[in-house]
Design a protein around this ligand. Sequence first.
Ligand SMILES: *[C@@H]1O[C@H](CO)[C@@H](O)[C@H](O)[C@H]1NC(C)=O
Ligand SMILES: *[C@@H]1O[C@H](CO)[C@@H](O)[C@H](O)[C@H]1NC(C)=O
Ligand SMILES: *[C@@H]1O[C@H](CO)[C@@H](O)[C@H](O)[C@H]1NC(C)=O
Ligand SMILES: *[C@@H]1O[C@H](CO)[C@@H](O)[C@H](O)[C@H]1NC(C)=O
Ligand SMILES: *[C@@H]1O[C@H](CO)[C@@H](O)[C@H](O)[C@H]1NC(C)=O
Ligand SMILES: *[C@@H]1O[C@H](CO)[C@@H](O)[C@H](O)[C@H]1NC(C)=O
Ligand SMILES: *[C@@H]1O[C@H](CO)[C@@H](O)[C@H](O)[C@H]1NC(C)=O
Ligand SMILES: *[C@@H]1O[C@H](CO)[C@@H](O)[C@H](O)[C@H]1NC(C)=O
Ligand SMILES: *[C@@H]1O[C@H](CO)[C@@H](O)[C@H](O)[C@H]1NC(C)=O
Length: 616
Amino acid sequence: MGSSPLPFLSSLLLLFLLTLPTSNATLHRAKLLTSELFAGPQPSSPTAYFEVARPIPLPKTKPCSTLVLQHNFGNTYAKPPVTALYKPPSHCPLHRPPSAVVLEWSAACRGRQFDRIFGVWLGGVELLRSCTAEPRPTGIVWTVKKDVTRYSSLFARPHTLAVYLGNVVDQTYTGVYHVNVSLHFFFDSSTHRRPPPASPVPDFASPADLILPVSRSLPSNDGLWFLVQNFSDIQKKKLAVPANTYRAILEVYVSFHQNDEFWYSNPPNDYILANNLTNLPGNGPFREVTARLDGEVVGAVWPFTVIYTGGVNPLLWRPITGIGSFDLPSYDIEITPFLGKILDGKPHEFGFGVTDALDIWYIDANLHLWLDSKSSRTVGNLIKYEAPEFMSSLVSKFKGLDGRFKTTASRQISVTGWVKSSYGKITTHFFQRFDYENQMQFAGNGSIQVVKQTIDFNHGTYTKHPSSILHSEQVHQNFPLYMYTGTTDQVNDTYSLVSNITLGFNEKKFSGERFGFSFSSLRNLQNGQGNMKVKGNLVTNGSGSTQQVYRYESTVGCYFRNVSSNNYTILYDETEKSCAKASPLGAGLFLAARWPPFPARRTSLATEIYKLKNGD
Ligand SMILES: *[C@@H]1O[C@H](CO)[C@@H](O)[C@H](O)[C@H]1NC(C)=O
Ligand SMILES: *[C@@H]1O[C@H](CO)[C@@H](O)[C@H](O)[C@H]1NC(C)=O
Ligand SMILES: *[C@@H]1O[C@H](CO)[C@@H](O)[C@H](O)[C@H]1NC(C)=O
Ligand SMILES: *[C@@H]1O[C@H](CO)[C@@H](O)[C@H](O)[C@H]1NC(C)=O
Ligand SMILES: *[C@@H]1O[C@H](CO)[C@@H](O)[C@H](O)[C@H]1NC(C)=O
Ligand SMILES: *[C@@H]1O[C@H](CO)[C@@H](O)[C@H](O)[C@H]1NC(C)=O
Ligand SMILES: *[C@@H]1O[C@H](CO)[C@@H](O)[C@H](O)[C@H]1NC(C)=O
Ligand SMILES: *[C@@H]1O[C@H](CO)[C@@H](O)[C@H](O)[C@H]1NC(C)=O
Ligand SMILES: *[C@@H]1O[C@H](CO)[C@@H](O)[C@H](O)[C@H]1NC(C)=O
């Protein structure tokens, strides 16, 4: 990913010097590729690229829309972010909370260009982390629509909108990104979902009352993200939370670039040293992002392996882009149990680090806060906190450039605390449980690399009054990855690369409240097969095929799509908007099997749900 073109091109040179004339170190050259003048018929109109996602559920009302920013991103690398003043549009009734808000990024580009990471911030709060699509000579267009309802509190007041997209245009890399950023506000008068004034319990589904940015401030010649360059680099910011906060969630955005763009394929250092490959990125294939509050780890992120649009073989991602590449996932860490430590009105330090990081990670966060409208002070206390260091192991066996490595890791974080507000004394329990396994193999004298990795991530929040459960949410995420790359025919600066990829994002989510529950399941899987000829860092010939199946089922609806492309052409594309809804029995079993935190309550909650689903 060309977030920083200069270091990036020089490291390419080093790699070529290093690897000539042998054919080892397969994958690492695949990072630096950009679009090619593609052989074959060229269309007369721009190609539309897309990421497969389910439609955003929206009220049937007409939105009121505003174009917030329009810009052509030419030579924008290491320049200040492009900004515009956002004002609540006068034709939108933003004095009341909208029922949904959608951010729309639409862009066009033509020519040749690298994939560029970019971010969109409003008042320093990150709304979107994304990657540009790589253009073709006849032009491309793409649109990203993101549900930004959770950021509603921002839209009621003027703020600076900032977009950083570091692009470089010259005679070779000609692509200028033409971009429009719009907001669409939906108001639905019939379901005006704020808690009535006398509500005895908080509305856990309502957006935060206040969002504080944990990002760098303008002015800057970069994105507002923090730059984490190595394992000991902890990036920090101090901020104070209002004294009447009763709930807090830290939403973390991460992306990885340059030496860590393919962190999950970085070999262990022993292998690198033994083979004198010291210019290749190493540190092994495990990475953990930690979020810290006053130095203490409050949560972790074991990130989904997003492959950007130039990754591995750029032809795989045209026009179906990689999972998450147009809308990188963010990760929520419940910090309500820690509120007792930071309700003193004083600034406290939020920090981010990455275990075994290589240059470079872009990280920032948004602190979502819910405020007690009926009191000026809340109080809280931490009851229990357990965050033992993660455990990891490495088994390695290699001779020369060929060998096998198995890396495993696991970690648990668990915390309980209470906050007393006008809603009474609410106890919140939050946990995270991670499991990771990576099997890496080098064969063919280092010309073939195979990576098989799985990240398993369970997390949940459980909230109760002294006598009753208020809210529970549990999420299980599973990120499988398979990557085969084989290099052949290397002569001078030209080589061929064959690659096969499987990339999955699976998620089961359960949330229960006193008056209902919801369950959803997403299975999103991509398979890709590519081959290409590369000269310098240009793909000169090749092809890419991608097949994707996206299956979403939930208690409120479902979505299914089965789509495939080859060489820019869609081979088939089936969509179903109605399908079998998630089984209540499945939800109940999921809950019973996976819900440990307050054992005495478990049975009754599960029974309650069973009753609800059976029409009681
Ligand atoms: C941006 O909006 C203008 C109209 O304001 C439109 O002409 C142009 O095609 C749009 N560009 C993109 C990339 O959507
Ligand atoms: C890690 O990065 C920081 C920030 O660039 C730098 O000051 C520090 O010297 C680096 N440490 C190591 C061990 O490389
Ligand atoms: C690595 O380099 C050292 C010294 O530069 C040399 O002695 C050694 O044989 C080299 N090893 C390999 C595997 O090339
Ligand atoms: C494997 O590659 C190394 C250097 O990268 C080379 O010295 C060696 O001769 C190669 N071995 C075989 C069997 O091709
Ligand atoms: C490789 O480069 C050398 C020196 O530039 C040149 O003489 C040779 O013809 C090139 N080989 C091929 C196959 O292009
Ligand atoms: C790559 O995928 C193709 C098509 O599915 C398959 O025929 C081939 O065996 C795969 N190769 C490897 C090494 O997985
Ligand atoms: C591209 O590769 C295909 C085979 O994959 C080959 O038939 C074709 O001739 C190549 N085109 C060029 C311009 O090298
Ligand atoms: C994809 O394009 C390459 C290069 O032009 C060509 O060799 C290959 O046959 C194409 N594949 C299909 C299925 O059209
Ligand atoms: C997707 O469509 C292809 C082509 O019609 C079919 O072979 C495949 O079985 C479908 N996959 C699923 C999961 O429906």
